[in-house]
Design a protein around this ligand. Structure first.
Ligand SMILES: Nc1ncnc2c1ncn2[C@@H]1O[C@H](COP(=O)(O)OP(=O)(O)OP(=O)(O)O)[C@@H](O)[C@H]1O
Ligand SMILES: [Mg+2]
Length: 298
């Protein structure tokens, strides 16, 4: 993996001047803001096996996004380079991410509203009608199961009876034939929205999904995990968009869309608990209970 000396070498050989290091996100990748000639760029470098896996997964998702014809959500300049056989990413600087920007915005509510238009367009142009929704939901269920089995239960924040509960969640009665670009890991620090458009520079492989799960994740993180400005109303805006507009896009009933939204919240709360287990046990416990509550409502 890249050590500090390698990072210094990379910056040097590209003639990049280091301006800042980004600290949002939960991964171990080193993400830097640099000056390259007259422009600002962002460089994302692997510093551990986990971050190399994430970057490899970013690269594979970039390919999928091109195949889908929605590459306008990627930074206008995007290049994969390599150093000692290790890939790293160089891309345009997109300004402040949603999380950073909304904290200083004079119109936070407008920011939630301005998300719906570009997302609706993205969902519509990436619609695929050949099934896959049930497979995506099985993936979401596996993630919840893993969070409980490997993290929440061993640390005493939940009980093993929830493993059976999670396994018994059944979506097979509903037919989720349509999927579209909507990763389940969809959070405010990964999204950029400005006059130049909507950008998503940190996609992972599992991009083919159902919008209700993505939006539940985004809304839940915005309100309950980050406490972003106006997020109580912002949550309602996104929930309504997920249930009404997006149920029509993926051709499911309103009640199925509501159920998917709850499932997405169960996933988000299990992640929000997991990432706080060592740093903030009280919050981790709150989110574990919230994940259980959403599972019980399903
Ligand atoms: N092109 C960009 N323009 C502006 N800021 C960016 C850009 N890319 C990333 N950032 C900032 O850096 C942060 C971390 O980057 P990114 O989301 O790619 O990595 P991560 O989530 O830490 O990594 P991983 O993909 O390994 O999970 C983002 O949350 C965002 O604030
Ligand atoms: Mg990220």
């Amino acid at each position: 993996m890249l050590a500090s000396k390698d990072i210094a070498d990379i910056l040097d050989e590209n003639d990049f001047t280091l301006l800042n290091q980004f600290t949002t996100g939960n991964s171990e990748s080193a993400v830097f803001l640099v000056r390259s000639k007259e422009e600002k760029k962002v460089v994302k470098l692997p510093t551990s096996q986990r971050s190399l896996d994430e970057i490899t997964s970013n690269i594979s998702a970039y390919r999928t996004i091109h195949e889908w014809g929605c590459e306008d959500i990627l930074p206008p300049y995007l290049e994969i380079r390599s150093y000692k056989g290790m890939p790293y990413i160089v891309m345009s600087y997109l300004g402040e991410d949603f999380e950073t920007k909304i904290k200083r915005s004079k119109n936070p509510l407008g920011m939630y509203e301005s998300l719906c238009g570009p997302l609706e367009r993205l969902y519509r142009i990436t619609i695929r009608g050949n099934g896959g929704g049930n497979k995506f939901l099985a993936l979401v269920r596996n993630e919840i199961f893993r969070n409980f089995e490997q993290f929440l239960i061993p640390s005493g924040l939940s009980s093993s009876k929830y493993l059976e509960r999670i396994k018994s969640i059944d979506f097979s009665d509903d037919d989720y034939l349509i999927t579209c670009f909507s990763p389940y890991d969809f959070t405010p620090e990964d999204i950029f929205i400005s006059n130049s458009g909507f950008f998503y520079p940190d996609p992972k492989q599992e991009c083919k999904g159902l919008p209700q799960i993505s939006l539940a994740c985004f809304a839940g993180v915005s309100r309950d995990a980050y406490g972003l400005p106006e997020s109580v109303t912002g949550y309602k805006i996104l929930e309504k968009f997920a249930v009404k507009t997006c149920s029509e896009i993926v051709d499911i009933s309103i009640s199925s869309a509501e159920r998917l939204f709850l499932f997405g919240r169960a996933l988000q709360c299990s992640f929000s608990s997991r990432v706080r287990i060592y740093g903030d046990k009280e919050k981790a416990s709150y989110f574990a209970k919230e994940s259980e509550r959403h599972l019980d409502l399903l």
